[in-house]
Design a protein around this ligand. Structure first.
Ligand SMILES: [Zn+2]
Length: 415
């Protein structure tokens, strides 16, 4: 491969796709590879033969396969490099380096003043230091932004949350870091992580709903993240759910996020007299306040019902609307707010179930245990997912990742 213009045919992509998938998910049989990559088993047999002859993939011992022909899983030889993920927030960058299977090897929390005009340069400098500390080759860097991003490849971001307009995230970081860089909306990045490591193994059409500072939604349809015309799909936080309420950054009232995002929850707690917000400042103070309110809600049913029950019901209505509209197989709930899901759930379950149309009344929802690193790991998953990118959405940066993966795996095989 020698550049963006050469245009990859699917058959050229297949060996790197196999390497990426084996790296992400661990050993897989040829049948599992064929089904995950949606190609014929003959193509998998051909491509895996080539990879085995180059010493990049090996065949493990036989596994009994339910009475049929024994299946021999294929495995990646050694570690083929690391992936790096960055989540940009209003106060800092959460950074993680991970092996291809998603196991974190390094995490950093780097303060960043996003309001500075040279914020991207400062970010690049900090990330150079992180890359220098990563052991082994870096396949690429994924960046999650709380806003809309034009495409993964060009990475121009607009984010009212952090005050970035037309920010050239992809171009600046690529030049400064010298590795492939893929930029995506942060919730879409979580949806990609679910594709690689989570529910995507079982489901192909699902919603990833995040609760916390913001309320977001990643939409995966037929195994692909649906990004919309300008990369801005999934703004469930701006679905109107009330006639009035505080104004959102776009100047609308009654938006879901303004009501039940962390700022909205704190505001409601003050209105109901559960909480005195005098002196409360900053995002972390907000999250602390919510932790405190959650602890109170455990003891006091009026706080549980008036705050979290109410929020759960509004969320349930909006998500039911999205399920009625898009007909997914399942819904995943994630984000820092899911720490208190036991408090949200009664209200959520009630309004969600009651507002679904009858044919999808039993659509399951899944709540994963949450920790803050997941945002950055989600961004890192953009890199590994680009190695089995089927629709070409990762463009030339995706090609560069595949190239690096093949080189790293073959160097490793020689070692
Ligand atoms: Zn809004």
């Amino acid at each position: 491969m020698n550049g963006a213009a050469s245009g990859s045919r699917p058959s050229d992509l297949l060996p790197a796709s196999i390497l990426g998938l084996l790296g992400a998910r661990g050993p897989l049989t040829r049948a599992e590879l064929a089904s995950a990559l949606r190609v014929s088993s003959a193509s998998i047999t051909q491509a895996s033969k080539e990879l085995m002859s180059k010493g990049m993939v090996l065949e493990l011992g036989q596994l009994a396969s339910g009475g049929g022909r024994p299946a021999r899983p294929l495995s990646l030889v050694g570690s083929a490099g690391q992936i790096v993920g960055v989540k940009v927030t209003a106060s800092h960058m959460a950074v993680v380096a991970a092996k291809l299977d998603g196991e974190a090897t390094l995490t950093r929390n780097i303060p960043l003043d996003v309001s500075r005009p040279d914020a991207l340069d400062i970010a690049a400098r900090s990330l150079q230091e992180v890359l220098a500390a990563v052991d082994g080759p870096v396949l690429g860097v994924g960046v999650g932004i709380p806003g809309s991003v034009d495409s993964l490849e060009s990475g121009v971001a607009d984010s009212p949350t952090i005050g970035w307009r037309n920010a050239q995230v992809g171009t600046v970081l690529r030049q400064r870091l010298g590795v492939p860089v893929l930029v995506e909306n942060d919730v879409n990045a979580l949806a990609v992580a679910e594709q690689v490591y989570g529910v995507g193994i079982k489901y192909s059409t699902y919603l990833v709903v995040t609760i916390g500072r913001g309320i977001g939604c990643g939409i995966v349809i037929g195994g692909e993240v649906f990004r919309g015309a300008g990369g801005g799909a999934g703004e469930i936080g701006h679905v109107p759910v009330a006639d009035d309420g505080p104004l959102c950054p776009y100047g609308h009232s009654g938006c879901l996020e303004s009501l039940i995002g962390s700022a909205g929850l704190v505001r409601r707690a003050v209105e109901l007299g559960f909480f005195d917000a005098t002196g409360l400042q900053g995002l972390n103070a907000e999250l602390e306040a919510i932790r405190m309110l959650a602890a109170r809600a455990e003891r006091d049913p009026s706080v549980a019902e008036g705050l979290f029950g109410w929020a759960g019901r509004l969320l349930g209505s909006a998500v039911a609307g999205a399920v009625n509209l898009l007909n997914p197989e399942t819904v995943v709930v994630l984000g820092e707010g899911s720490e208190h899901w036991a408090l949200w759930e009664p209200g959520f379950a009630e309004s969600f179930r009651s507002k679904l149309i009858s044919s999808r009344r039993w659509v399951p929802y899944i709540v994963d245990p949450w920790d803050e690193d997941k945002w950055a790991l989600g961004a890192a998953a953009l890199v590994i997912a680009s190695s089995f990118d089927k629709d070409g959405s990762t463009g030339y940066q995706g090609e560069l990742v595949r190239e690096r993966l093949s080189v790293a795996a073959s160097n490793r095989a020689k070692a």
